[in-house]
Design a protein around this ligand. Structure first.
Ligand SMILES: Cc1cc2nc3c(=O)[nH]c(=O)nc-3n(C[C@H](O)[C@H](O)[C@H](O)COP(=O)(O)OP(=O)(O)OC[C@H]3O[C@@H](n4cnc5c(N)ncnc54)[C@H](O)[C@@H]3O)c2cc1C
Length: 483
């Protein structure tokens, strides 16, 4: 009999438990999944609101169901780990791709929404015609972008910030007006502190291999390479590479947790509302998790929570873990009448550069991105606020955040009457900040982790914040424990 404890039931812990079960061939193994809160999912959750639901913190006036993603609403398939897990679960037919209409993102420029040029993929220009035509950049800014192909490559391998890389290659104007809001929005991070090696390694590879991002885009025939083709069709994000569960993220995570809630298999157990407060190593190499003994432990927690548990056992490791900073954010979810939205504003979402000095980081139009999120005559919007750029906004009350969100939507998209639905979600210390030197820190963490046999550390603080990266990390953690 082998007993394994997985601590934390966010996507990292759920996937670790899943792989520990699916890759382990010893039928007597017990796997116990411990979660501090009363639900699974961590920073992923979905609200499904039927007609006339009295939901705290919201007024529901629409005449049909809403499906509201409180955190992640989809994931990328280019890094295949999440898609592969969906396939292993036999659920691929339950996932949908973004809708075909309005597949563009817009950026705020002088208070107005302007489409991100076609083929501008995160920070890589792949269509020069679109760059020349965009009103987002000045003539000098455009020339500077075109000069990217002759800017010499960096000669050393030292890490640098996203701001340093983007300004060096594309110029300050393109950084401020396009790259900063696109990248900052994904990581809710300050671009002058965000590590290029940890957050955007693909562009470092392009610089290294081709000498330039533009030359990398033209290095292969577009039709020969899915990634290049997708980048050329992108407007900020490459939407053709994303999928979402038809019935929402919570449904998918419930399916992941289902084997651990099946009374027919008492060897697999999910324990909700059971925070792990102490972890000790016994003399025989087993682990004391609260009062119970386990042979192996997987910690799938935010790094500061892992640090707390490890301080008495491994203070150096705990100090490294505790030094990873986290940012908090809030999302105001609003449903508005579709006929009030300016037709030219309909899109998948908008982002706001810091230089525009607005109160929102981004606005996502959930109902335009994925089908079945709300009634046809309604638009479901998520207004993202806070992050490491505007922590001050998180001090405000829910009502104040709703007021800010309404003002942003009114000015950028048009609606002026009362929203049909409103709700505020807060995520405190949810997003790890990958500062310059992050990869080296993770390497030190991994080295120290090997001194604790039978323990694996995983989660979004190490090798990527996206769901596919969390799932890849979970699989590797399970493999380390089963090895
Ligand atoms: C607003 C937002 C939007 C996002 N959108 C996307 C997106 O569209 N696509 C994408 O790919 N990624 C997205 N991400 C990123 C991605 O969702 C997260 O990185 C990922 O879900 C983190 O999962 P995790 O399991 O590592 O951590 P968490 O979700 O933080 O899970 C950790 C769990 O551990 C539990 N816990 C903590 N302490 C203890 C303890 N002592 N004992 C027991 N349990 C404990 C917590 O309660 C929590 O459930 C988004 C993130 C945010 C915040």
């Amino acid at each position: 009999m082998v007993r394994i404890a997985v601590v934390g039931a966010g996507i990292s812990g759920l996937a670790s438990a899943w792989f520990l079960r699916s890759q382990n061939h010893n039928p007597t193994t017990e796997i116990h999944l411990f979660e501090a809160s009363t639900r699974i999912g961590g920073v992923i959750d979905t609200l499904e609101l039927p007609l006339n639901t009295n939901h705290s913190n919201s007024d529901l006036l629409v005449s049909s169901d809403l499906l509201v993603e409180c955190g992640a609403d989809n994931f990328a398939t280019l890094l295949p780990d999440a898609l592969n897990l969906v396939r292993e679960m036999g659920l691929e037919s339950q996932f949908i791709t973004p809708q075909k209409d309005f597949r563009i993102a817009q950026v705020v420029r002088k208070g107005k929404l302007i489409p991100i040029p076609n083929g501008f993929s995160l920070m890589q220009p792949t269509r020069m015609g679109a760059i020349l035509a965009t009103p987002i950049l000045s003539p000098l800014g455009k020339l500077r972008v075109l000069r990217e192909s002759i800017i010499p490559r960096k000669i050393n391998d030292e890490d640098e910030s996203v701001e340093s890389f983007a300004v060096r290659r594309l110029g300050r104007e393109c950084f401020e007006r396009l790259v900063e809001p696109i990248v900052g929005g994904i990581f809710t991070a300050k671009a002058d502190q965000l590590s290029m090696q940890a957050a955007m390694p693909q562009f470092l590879r392009m610089e290294k291999e081709h000498g330039s991002l533009i030359r990398a885009a033209f290095a292969k025939k577009p039709s020969a390479n899915r990634e290049t083709r997708s980048a050329r069709e992108a407007s900020g994000a490459r939407y053709d590479q994303f999928i979402a569960p038809k019935r929402g993220m919570r449904w998918w995570l419930s399916e992941l947790a289902a084997p651990f809630q099946n009374p027919a298999n008492p060897n697999l157990q999910l324990h909700l509302n059971q925070p792990i407060k102490s972890l000790q190593r016994n003399d025989d190499g087993t682990w004391q998790v609260n009062q119970s003994t386990f042979d192996k432990v997987c910690l799938a927690l935010p790094s500061y929570a892992t640090a707390q548990l490890l301080t008495p056992i491994a203070p150096n490791l705990a100090a490294e873990l505790a030094s990873i900073e986290y940012a908090s954010s809030a999302i105001a979810v609003l449903a508005v009448r579709k006929d009030e939205i300016r037709p030219e504003a309909l899109c998948f979402g908008s982002i706001a550069p810091s230089i525009e000095k607005r109160n929102c980081l981004a606005i996502s139009l959930s109902s335009e991105k994925y089908a079945g999120r709300c009634p046809q005559d309604t638009v479901l919007m998520r207004v993202f606020m806070g992050g490491s750029l505007r922590p001050d906004l998180l001090e405000l009350s829910d009502d104040q955040l709703i007021d800010i969100a309404r003002k942003e939507i009114r000015e950028l998209f048009g609606p002026h009457s009362e929203p049909l639905f409103r709700h505020v979600v807060r995520w405190n210390r949810a997003m790890p900040q990958y500062a310059v030197g992050h990869l080296q820190k993770v390497q030190r963490i991994r080295n120290l982790e090997t001194q604790l046999p039978g323990l694996a550390i995983t989660g979004n603080a190490y090798d990527g914040v996206g769901i596919p990266q969390c799932i890849r990390g979970a699989k590797q953690a399970a493999q380390r424990l089963l090895a």
